[in-house]
Design a protein around this ligand. Structure first.
Ligand code: GUN
Ligand code: ZN
Length: 436
């Protein structure tokens, strides 16, 4: 169903943020809840919101009683790893060699990588995620396929060719020269086209030589509009290995900082095993941590210190990290994030979690005017959600006494089955087949 050029109005309970909710605050002025409003979408952007029904000229979709939120932003996810989601029995380093590298090697096949890219983006949309920061593979074709599929769908996608010139299987290794040429070509083709942006993509410090890290750093310095994405301090054995590989570095994060890879456009996945100095450096740079709760639990990596990051002023966004993560659903990941904080003796509010997957992620990416909110002028990346899927959630929903209680129960119990529709730039990109 194409609605290009149409003026579309969607009725429901609008929920987004006008600021960052404080830690532990269940009653927050940053929450904007507008029950029973019509959200107006014109030329792919949000044009307004009102309580009265819009006039005849608007194509109306009445979802009264349902929640309408900005599409979720997944700030760290691997497109080729759909094929290894839920793989048994390993921690990070074994998981990479046993499950992940073989799946990524299959992306040398262009037909396979193109089919995977489409499947992956459609799966994101079917989980209510309309924007993402993505790792494809080392293969140039995997990046071309992902960006082309994202452009077709009008999605905001940030991605780049994975750099890996050591400590990886032969069929997944590049080198400083070919990696550099591939990046140049991909940046020229995709960076700034449609809603796409290039991220210099260092898999992690263990799989790039110091020379390749330096090349990546030079590229970021030469063009500050480029993003940078990598993994940091995820797993204890990994941290020990990095110490062996870079004995002169003060910390794992400093390996990246020394190479010029720590800046306001850097997205660092995980950041579990950091210290105060690292957190201060992340905050000073305006970099972000893509907290990946279901992955951290599934791979047994550790409990992320969200509050310490918050207190240090570090931007924290939320990510699925599929296939280390066990669901593309940002709601499932929020529920896991709450449990991680509970194990650490902390409480994560629904506001903090939802903000990290919408406005917070958008701002940390420098895209606050485009995505992550229902503000007038934002791109109309919007999802419509059922409040409950099934009798247990429905019963819990009606018993909730406050908005936070209700939304927290929703966040904890909901998943992709609750998704009714997803719009990207005002276009319908997902519609549940069996609507109730
Ligand atoms: N560290 C290096 N590569 C990966 C990856 O693919 N997934 C996760 N979770 N951590 C990594
Ligand atoms: Zn990852």
């Amino acid at each position: 169903m194409s609605e290009r050029g149409a003026r579309v109005a969607v009725r429901g309970d609008l929920l987004d943020f006008t600021g960052a909710p404080a830690w532990g605050e269940t009653d927050s002025a940053a929450v904007r809840f507008r029950p029973d409003h019509w959200l107006l979408i014109e030329d792919g952007r949000i044009a307004g919101a009102q309580t009265e029904a819009p006039s005849e000229g608007w194509l109306r979709h009445d979802h009264a009683g349902r929640l309408i939120l900005p599409g979720f932003i997944d700030t760290h996810v691997h497109s080729p790893q759909l094929d290894v989601i839920a793989s048994y029995g390993t921690e990070l380093l074994d998981w990479l060699t046993t499950h992940t590298f073989p799946a990524e090697a299959r992306h040398a096949d262009i037909a396979h990588t193109e089919a995977t890219a489409s499947c992956f983006l459609d799966a994101l949309l079917a989980h209510g995620t309309t924007a993402a920061v993505v790792f494809p593979t080392v293969h140039k074709a995997s990046v071309n396929a992902l960006f082309a599929a994202a452009e077709t769908r009008g999605m905001r996608v940030i991605a780049g060719k994975v750099l890996m010139d050591r400590n990886a299987p032969e069929n997944l290794r590049d080198d400083v020269v070919t990696g550099g040429h591939d990046m140049e070509e991909l940046i020229a083709r995709w960076h700034g086209r449609a809603r796409l942006a290039y991220a210099v993509t260092v898999r992690f410090a263990a799989t790039s030589s110091p020379e390749q890290l330096a090349l990546a750093g030079h590229l970021c310095a030469a063009d500050p509009s480029l993003y940078m994405q990598t993994h940091v301090a995820e797993n204890r054995a990994e941290v020990r290995w990095i110490k062996e590989l870079f004995p002169a570095a003060r910390s794992y994060l400093d390996v990246y900082a020394d190479a010029g890879l720590l800046n306001g456009k850097s997205v660092f996945a995980h950041g579990i095993w950091l210290d105060d100095t690292d957190r201060a450096a992340l905050a000073a740079a305006g970099a972000q941590i893509a907290h990946s709760p279901s992955s951290n639990l599934f791979l047994g990596s550790g409990l992320f210190g969200w509050r310490a990051a918050e207190q240090a002023g570090v931007n924290v966004s939320l990510a699925s990290d599929v296939g280390g993560g066990t669901s593309l659903s940002m709601l499932r990941n929020m529920a896991d994030a709450y449990k991680i904080q509970a194990l650490a003796g902390e409480r994560l509010t629904a506001w903090k979690a939802l903000h990290a997957a919408t406005r917070g992620a958008a701002h940390a990416l420098g895209l606050g005017d485009e995505i992550g909110s229902l503000a007038v002028g934002s791109m109309a990346d919007v999802c419509i959600w059922d409040r409950a899927a099934g009798p247990v959630a429905a019963r819990r929903d009606v018993l909730a006494r406050t908005l936070h209680e209700q939304v927290f129960a929703w966040m904890t119990l909901a998943d992709e089955r609750n998704l009714v529709a997803a719009y990207v730039a005002g276009e319908s990109r997902y519609a549940r087949v069996l609507s109730s």
